[in-house]
Design a protein around this ligand. Sequence first.
Ligand code: IGP
Length: 277
Amino acid sequence: MKQRTNLTILDRINEFKRIEVARRRQQTSLEALRDTAGYGRRCVSLADAIRGSKHYGIIAEFKRKSPSQQDINVAADPSAITAAYANGGAAGISCLTDQEFFGAQPDDIDRVRAAVTLPVIRKDFTIDRYQIHEAKAMGADAILLIAASLSAGEIDEFAAEANEIGLEVLCEIHNEEEAAKLSPEVNVVGVNNRNLKDFTVSISNSIQLVELLPPSLVRISESGIDDPQSVARLRREGYDGFLIGTHFMRQADPGRALRDFIAKVGEIEELYDGAIA
Ligand SMILES: O=P(O)(O)OC[C@@H](O)[C@@H](O)c1c[nH]c2ccccc12
């Protein structure tokens, strides 16, 4: 038998999710989810927002705490912060909805939805198709699929089901083996710089994997980005966007931090363009 001590954090979260999903399904049926106002809402395209961004395609994340960073900003208000992210130049919003490990509250997406018109990613650990419909009912525009947790068949199936109800899919990979699981149903591919098994972070992971990413997909680099220089570098490698949470959430004014960050990327790119002109 597999020993509990050998389970990674991702295994533990996914195990918890199976119980959570079973409980939620008892409380609210799929049919009831389909009757919600959120479910009837027309989604905004995340891929288009990243591609069309004039501010480097930054998806700013709302996150109170995490297993790797512990408390980040536990008293944070989702409406105020994401409205400030929108004003600061975000291309999209990522909002954690896991309560147990990430400290989310049940109405977080509602509050984000009320505050912004940007595309919103429901950031959770999707291991069951029920969660796809739940994301739609919550008013999200896109869901996250973590390749480390799913088979190639599940990624394809879940992504197709999400697309069918208007949701886009961000599929997250961390290595070559996971890159091979990408499906044509996926809209955005994210290379995670953080290893979800041991929490080590390395931006060079995005640099190494970029050549394996299908050119048709919008590409983003995720996690551990805290320096405008890294964004400028990764853009030269072919990344269209960036998912950044902790660096902004830790600051007194996350919206302003995003605005300043974007301005610095601009300065770096100007210098770079000047140097090669
Ligand atoms: O806070 P950071 O290091 O800027 O990272 C944001 C985002 O990439 C990270 O929260 C994340 C990436 N993949 C995930 C999967 C589940 C939960 C969270 C994540």
